[in-house]
Design a protein around this ligand. Structure first.
Ligand SMILES: *Cc1c(COP(=O)(O)O)cnc(C)c1O
Length: 370
């Protein structure tokens, strides 16, 4: 480090200096290079992406759109109207984000400062703790039980005067299960801001969106990354009390959602039946893949309501199995933290991909056992 950058480092906020990098999904080319396998042979099931891609209507709409030289509408009029129709919530309650990740970021910046905390129901999606830490706050981890259910009593005990929010991922990434409405209500009754991240709603059909009328402290997040195949274009939505939405509109960068994402979203919503057919195909394949995985003696898949399945592997085999899969060009999600180190998450892809994954897991866990 030069003297100059050392000085910069010292003037940087301490909580920013110490941040861990969020491990996102690598591009296929990088994966291919690492495995020494041509990119077209890579099986990429680590990002819960849609294997069928966006609706064909999206490419047509993008090609035909004449005004990419214009800025997007800072008030998101057309977007909020379209999203309102999709989730059946008034437009004043809705805000569109550059992916739902951006909405998490904006929301936390509205509520969390140095010394504040959120309650994080671990294991769960990594962006919540990172988002809190970027604001100088902390994520207080309340571990889920053996079946990854929320421990409501421990949540209540973990709340401090500096607790600003409880975040619930439903269905939960990476475990695949979801809380009951009664459990969500119990947490809403604490009066704290409760963020329910429904990134995988379309794969389970169960939502707390109707509770918005009852609870001003509820925020529901959705995304078009997973079910609608728009991960690369970045569009999500938040639904909340109109007063909160109004404040959030002034926090948001004026042109946060780009016009390509807006055009793609509207084309997707105008062609719902075809997209929902794909969602259904993914749900059918999830159940078939669960069957394949549970037939492997050393693999225990957890039940899933989303488009991925978390699997328990034999003790101390997680890293070895993960590396073995990578060497074969099969990329799944693996974590180093103690609770998940012997688990692996498989996104639901094409049926032929599930077959290859199941065969590889059979071989690798036999090797791990023997
Ligand atoms: C994928 C995912 C997101 C991110 O969605 P984007 O809209 O692509 O930012 C948010 N929450 C959870 C739980 C996810 O798994």
């Amino acid at each position: 480090m030069t003297e100059f950058t050392q000085q910069l480092q010292q003037s940087m906020l301490p909580h920013i200096r110490g941040l861990d990098v969020y491990q996102g999904v690598e591009p296929v080319e990088a994966m291919a290079q690492r495995a020494g396998i041509p990119p077209e042979k890579i099986i990429r099931l680590n990002g819960n992406e849609n294997p069928y891609g966006p609706s064909p209507a999206v490419a047509q709409a993008l090609a035909a759109f004449p005004n990419f030289n214009h800025y997007p509408d800072p008030e998101q009029r057309r977007l909020r109207q379209a999203l309102s129709g999709y989730v059946n919530v008034d437009p004043e309650r809705i805000i569109a984000g550059n992916g739902s990740d951006e909405l998490i970021d904006m929301l936390f910046r509205m509520f969390i400062g140095p010394g504040d905390n959120i309650i994080n129901l671990t294991p769960t999606f990594g962006m919540y703790s990172l988002g809190a830490e970027i604001c100088g706050g902390q994520a207080v981890s309340v571990p889920r039980d053996a079946n990854f259910e929320i421990d409501l009593e421990s949540v209540k005990l973990a709340i401090t005067p500096r607790t600003k929010a409880i975040v619930i991922c439903s269905p939960n990434n990476p475990t695949g299960n979801m809380p009951s409405e009664a459990e969500v209500r119990t947490l809403l009754d604490t009066g704290l801001l409760v963020v329910v991240d429904e990134a995988y709603y379309e794969f389970c059909g169960q939502t707390v969106m109707p509770l918005l009328d009852e609870y001003p402290n509820l925020v529901v997040l959705r995304t078009f990354s997973k079910w609608a195949g728009l991960a690369g274009l970045r569009i999500g939505l938040g639904a909340m009390h109109p007063d909160l939405a109004q404040t959030m509109m002034s926090v948001k960068p004026p042109y946060n959602v780009n016009l390509a994402a807006e055009v793609a979203l509207i084309a997707s919503l105008e062609n719902m039946p075809a997209l929902l057919e794909r969602v259904n195909a993914i749900v059918v394949e999830r159940e078939r893949m669960a069957g394949l995985l549970s037939a492997i003696p050393a693999v225990k898949p957890y039940p899933s309501r989303a488009n991925f399945i978390l699997c328990q592997l034999p003790e101390n085999s997680g890293q070895r199995v993960f590396d073995g899969l990578c060497n074969r060009g099969i990329f799944l999600r693996h974590w180093s933290n103690p609770r998940l180190k012997d688990c692996i998450r498989v996104s639901v892809g094409l049926p032929e991909e599930s077959d290859v994954v199941a065969a590889a897991l059979t071989e690798l866990t036999e090797a791990a056992n023997g």
